[in-house]
Design a protein around this ligand. Structure first.
Ligand SMILES: [Zn+2]
Ligand SMILES: [Zn+2]
Ligand SMILES: [Zn+2]
Ligand SMILES: [Zn+2]
Ligand SMILES: [Zn+2]
Length: 324
């Protein structure tokens, strides 16, 4: 009988599974059936879903209870609870909603708390609206309106007092402004004069510069002129030296010839002595007669000295050319 039951064919009851087999194998199939329902892997994070074993991967990809780390405090929170965490529990988030520390009972975003306290919080202690006119009352923001309604006469008195004080202050300010204007005008005049003086100084300097340049040019021109003159004179001296050299050379040659040939000297002397216009001989006749006693070579030398007279030199030369 048991054998017969074991061979009966049956099917899997899990949704979607089309397994069929003998009853003996059914229990083993259920432990491995891909369509058996199991708890979500994120059940510890709070996911209540039961998922077919074979579809777990697909579900985890979109499970709202996936573990996510908070970007402000790094605490691991289920994905679907992150907004609540940031607003209600995360102390590091600017979007964290907190109770007003002033005790107004309000819940405010952490990032908006300063603005709430300075502008809206009814529990925050503030001065009276008429503080600038002298009221010294301070109280919770919620009490200011009542205070102002109650203290209208006192506030009016303070304002009239204050207007008087302001008039005085305005008059003082006007006087100061007047004095200030005078000082500014004086400064303007001073700066104007300083500018004019500066312009004059500039002009004078330019003039001096021009004059000094002119003087320098004049000196340069004079120096150049003197230099040119000097060069000219050096050139002239050079020419003179050349001429003198030529003359000396000529005389040396003549002397040499005379010493070599006393006969011609004698002839030249005779011609020279007979020349009535010779200034050397006409002025010294005694020396001429005494010259006969001097030896021939010495005489020739003496005569050579007489050749310094141009006319004698000319005659000696004429003689020399005739002999060639
Ligand atoms: Zn199955
Ligand atoms: Zn899940
Ligand atoms: Zn956080
Ligand atoms: Zn508040
Ligand atoms: Zn007041």
């Amino acid at each position: 009988m048991q054998l017969l039951v074991g061979r009966l064919r049956c099917s899997c009851k899990n949704d979607g599974c089309d397994w069929q087999g003998p009853f003996d194998g059914l229990a083993a199939h259920y432990t491995s059936c891909n369509y058996r329902l199991v708890s979500c892997d994120n059940s510890a994070m709070g996911c209540p879903r039961k998922v077919a074993f074979g579809l777990m991967g697909q579900h985890l990809g979109r499970c709202e209870y996936a573990a996510v780390a908070c970007q402000y405090c790094s605490q691991v929170v289920p994905k679907c609870k992150m907004n609540d965490h940031i607003k209600m529990y995360c102390g590091a988030s600017p979007d964290h909603i907190i109770d007003c520390p002033e005790g107004c009972g309000g819940k405010v975003l952490q990032s908006d708390m300063k603005k709430h306290i300075s502008q809206d919080c009814q529990a925050h202690v503030v001065p009276c609206t008429y503080q600038e006119f002298g009221c010294v009352y301070r109280g919770a923001r919620s009490t200011i309106q009542t205070h102002c309604l109650k203290e209208v006469p006192a506030h009016m008195f303070l304002m009239s007092e204050n207007l008087h004080v302001r008039d005085v202050a305005i008059n003082e300010m006007k006087a100061f402004l007047k004095e200030f204007t005078v000082q500014v005008e004086k400064m303007q005049v001073f700066f104007g004069e300083a500018q004019e003086q500066s312009a004059r100084d500039k002009q004078a300097m330019a003039l001096q510069l021009a004059q000094s340049e002119a003087r320098t040019s004049a000196v340069e021109a004079a120096v150049e002129k003197r230099l040119a003159e000097f060069q000219q004179s050096v050139f002239k001296i050079g020419k003179g030296v050349e001429k003198m050299q030529a003359t000396v050379d000529g005389h040396t040659w003549e002397l040499h010839k005379m010493v070599q040939d006393p006969m011609r000297i004698a002839t030249a002397s005779a011609v020279a002595f007979s020349a009535p216009q010779s200034p050397v001989l006409s002025s010294k006749p005694d020396q001429a007669t005494s010259s006969t006693k001097i030896p021939p070579i010495a005489a020739a030398r003496l005569q050579a000295s007489a050749i310094m007279s141009p006319s004698i030199l000319k005659k000696v030369r004429t003689t020399k050319y005739k002999m060639r």
